[in-house]
Design a protein around this ligand. Structure first.
Ligand SMILES: Cc1cc2nc3c(=O)[nH]c(=O)nc-3n(C[C@H](O)[C@H](O)[C@H](O)COP(=O)(O)OP(=O)(O)OC[C@H]3O[C@@H](n4cnc5c(N)ncnc54)[C@H](O)[C@@H]3O)c2cc1C
Length: 359
């Protein structure tokens, strides 16, 4: 008998959400997380309103509301620092919560539901029966890969495609800038783009994506567009985008960024990580009833549909922003169609896809 029914690699939003659902359903769950929480994560930290339905479904709304946060009221888009759109969200609910706070809270919720967390343990390999980790071998009959965009589980299980070169690099820093309003501010320029929003009354979080070929540094971009800001240390992330992978082989189930990396600009990554973890957990719980093959097929289908239906804007944004000249032209065009741009922003902010609930 294995000590744990499910072993989860990665304790980010996807890993903790899956752990919470499975342990509440009576499964013995072990989460292996290579860092120690609270830990920083390269992320804009903005949560769109669709996340509320997830908190509600799992009885987490009240405790989420108590986390330190900043409410986001709209979206301002600039091209080379010149505003081309200023849009106030039609509905409230968008919120910035620092990732170290959000992820530590979710891990606490999962622990309180019965999941065991081992921090500082890195998954290093996979055999037919065990996971090889920095703390030794662990029996693992069923595995969730929630270990982010460079997923080790994806590679070891061969669910991942061989990695392709990505010409963009992501950066993140916290900056003291008390005068910023309550909008997400995005600026697209020839070397890439950045998004920033307030995270507290004095601090903002800035996510910057740069074309590697441009050789520009975060300091140069900030000196050009935000000379008054003195950022603290920049944290780096690579790759920014990646082709989607197969999501399960019946034993390993990929969730969140491990399965599908989204364009960071639209701020949908955290929601998608939580939502796909919820899906995977539900299908894993159905294995006793429908068998592993059917459960896996259903997860594959639902996962595809989730990204297919919801992510058209994300795909368009990704296409626009992977090439310097194209991104400049798209921003130029949006100057003449501010209402189309505003509509896209509302779609991204919009209600949860009801088909997410279907099995
Ligand atoms: C520049 C940038 C800005 C972004 N801004 C936003 C935003 O504003 N809003 C938004 O919703 N999304 C944003 N995203 C996307 C968002 O950060 C991700 O989609 C989200 O973090 C995915 O969650 P996850 O749980 O799948 O993976 P992660 O959050 O990456 O968590 C994976 C966890 O696995 C652990 N891990 C990795 N490898 C191993 C291993 N071998 N063994 C054990 N543990 C391991 C890691 O330490 C980590 O804690 C942004 C992304 C970037 C790059």
């Amino acid at each position: 008998m294995a000590t744990h029914d499910v072993v989860i690699a990665g304790g980010g939003p996807a890993g903790s959400m899956a752990a919470l659902i499975l342990s509440r359903a009576g499964k013995k769950v072990l989460v292996l997380e290579r860092t120690h929480f609270p830990r920083a994560k390269v992320c804009g930290s903005s949560l769109n309103p669709r996340n509320w339905s997830l908190w509600q479904r799992h009885g987490l709304t009240e405790r989420f509301q108590r986390l330190p946060h900043f409410d986001i009221g709209g979206f301002t888009l600039k091209r080379k620092g010149i505003p081309i759109l200023r849009h106030s969200f039609r509905k409230p609910g968008a919120r910035a919560v620092e990732r170290s706070t959000l992820d530590a809270w979710l891990a606490d919720e999962a622990s309180s539901s019965g999941a065991t967390f081992q921090f500082g343990v890195t998954v290093q390999g996979l055999t037919a029966t065990h996971l090889q980790t920095s703390a030794g071998e662990i029996e693992a009959p069923l595995i969730i890969g929630a270990d982010g965009r460079n997923s080790a589980i994806g590679r070891f299980s061969h669910l991942a495609r061989p990695s392709e070169p990505c010409g963009r690099v992501g950066w993140q820093a916290f900056i003291d800038l008390p005068n910023l309003d309550d909008h997400i501010h995005m600026n697209v320029f020839p070397e890439g783009y950045y998004g920033m929003c307030k995270i507290s009354s004095t601090q903002i979080t800035t996510s910057l994506v740069l074309f590697a070929a441009s050789k520009a540094t975060p300091e140069q971009i900030m000196a050009r567009y935000l000379p008054q800001a003195a950022p603290t240390a920049w944290k780096c992330m690579h790759p920014i985008s990646r082709k989607p992978w197969d999501v399960t082989n019946g034993r390993c189930w990929l969730t969140g960024d491990a399965a599908h990396v989204l364009e960071p600009l639209t701020g949908e990554g955290i929601y998608s990580a939580l939502a796909t973890a919820e899906m995977a957990a539900r299908h894993i719980l159905s294995i006793d009833r429908v068998g592993v093959k059917t459960a896996a097929n259903r997860y594959r289908r639902q996962h595809r549909r989730f990204y297919g239906l919801r992510m058209m804007i994300n795909a368009l944004a990704g296409w626009s922003l992977t090439d310097s000249r194209r991104s400049m032209r798209m921003m130029q065009a949006l100057r003449y169609w501010p209402s189309a741009a505003a509509q896209m922003v509302e779609w991204v902010q919009g209600a949860e896809n009801p088909r997410l609930q279907e099995g």
